[in-house]
Design a protein around this ligand. Structure first.
Ligand SMILES: [Zn+2]
Length: 295
């Protein structure tokens, strides 16, 4: 029973399939997903990123950056894609989600927080400050205060810790009672406190790098490849360009040099979602067997 589920918790269909997905027609709409992960543990569920939530779908005007943005990007607002709907469909209760870890707090990653108000939310302190104070115009577009109205139970982290595959200041999350090794990896640039979340599995590490990249060619190609529409989007919404490009380069080197030990994916690429979805990776096989025997 201990495993990782890959969930798409929000679909966007932006103008220009070719410019967004790198293939297809320039005249059709493309597709982007919100790739989240649900980890079953002995002590409840852990959700990594939350996509869009039920509140966003009921009142999109509170969250989306305006009608022009919605015309260009066409958020699908499908209630069956919310994490809470999918988790209930698996037979769990919303209260089973004890912890949520977010790569950052952009509205397309934090929308599901309000559906799990009892969960502790793990995030970098500097991301929390940016999202709740919103000092810049860009911050006022990307962060939606309505998503935090329920006063989440924040667990804030400083960027400090050990080295991990060449990344500095990496530390384990403080989740009592959980045997799983889950790390918070600083990947600043897209937002001030953006991070990756690494989970140790029997098949090696899985690193959810959020919006540190938008396209598989930015991660698994020795020389960066990215369709022009996604390049523009990343440039417009970047908080720190130099840091973003440096961290993306480090991720490429990680995949190139340690791809057999670490599987890396980003949040919005449907091709990467397909590579992971349905794998049902076990976190601790021996415990899985024990549970099977117990059943
Ligand atoms: Zn995003």
């Amino acid at each position: 029973m201990l495993k990782i589920h890959d969930l798409n918790c929000g679909t966007f269909c932006p103008l220009g399939e070719l410019a967004i997905n790198g293939h297809g027609s320039p005249f059709k709409r493309g597709k982007l997903v919100c790739h989240c992960q649900l980890i079953e543990t002995n002590d409840g569920l852990i959700l990594i990123d939350t996509g869009l939530g039920t509140r966003d779908i009921a009142r999109p005007k509170d969250v989306l950056p305006g009608p022009i943005w919605q015309f260009i990007n066409q958020a699908q607002l499908d209630p069956e894609e919310t994490a809470i709907y999918q988790i209930k469909k698996m037979g769990f209760k919303p209260e089973d989600v004890r912890h949520i870890v977010v790569t950052h707090l952009d509205f397309d990653h934090a929308g599901g927080l309000a559906d799990f108000p009892h969960a502790q939310v793990h995030v970098y302190a500097r991301e929390h400050i940016a999202a709740t104070r919103r000092p810049l115009w860009r911050d006022r577009m990307r962060y939606a205060p309505a998503q935090f109205e329920h006063q989440p139970k924040w667990k804030l982290y400083r960027t400090e810790g050990e080295k991990w595959f060449g990344f500095d200041s990496v530390r384990a999350l403080q989740i009592p009672g959980t045997q799983e090794e889950i790390l918070i990896v600083p990947l600043m640039g897209h937002t001030p406190g953006h991070c990756g979340i690494a989970v140790s599995t029997e098949q090696g590490w899985i690193l959810h790098c959020g919006d540190a990249a938008f396209y598989h060619g930015e991660l698994d190609s020795p020389k960066r490849r990215c369709p022009p529409g996604l390049r523009i989007y990343q440039n417009v919404f970047q908080h720190d360009r130099a840091l973003r490009l440096e961290n993306q380069k480090c991720l490429r080197e990680l995949v190139l040099n340690h791809g057999d030990e670490v599987s890396v994916f980003c949040a919005h690429d449907p091709e990467m979602m397909n590579r992971f979805a349905g794998k049902g990776i076990s976190v601790h096989g021996e415990l899985l067997q024990q549970l099977d025997l117990a059943i």
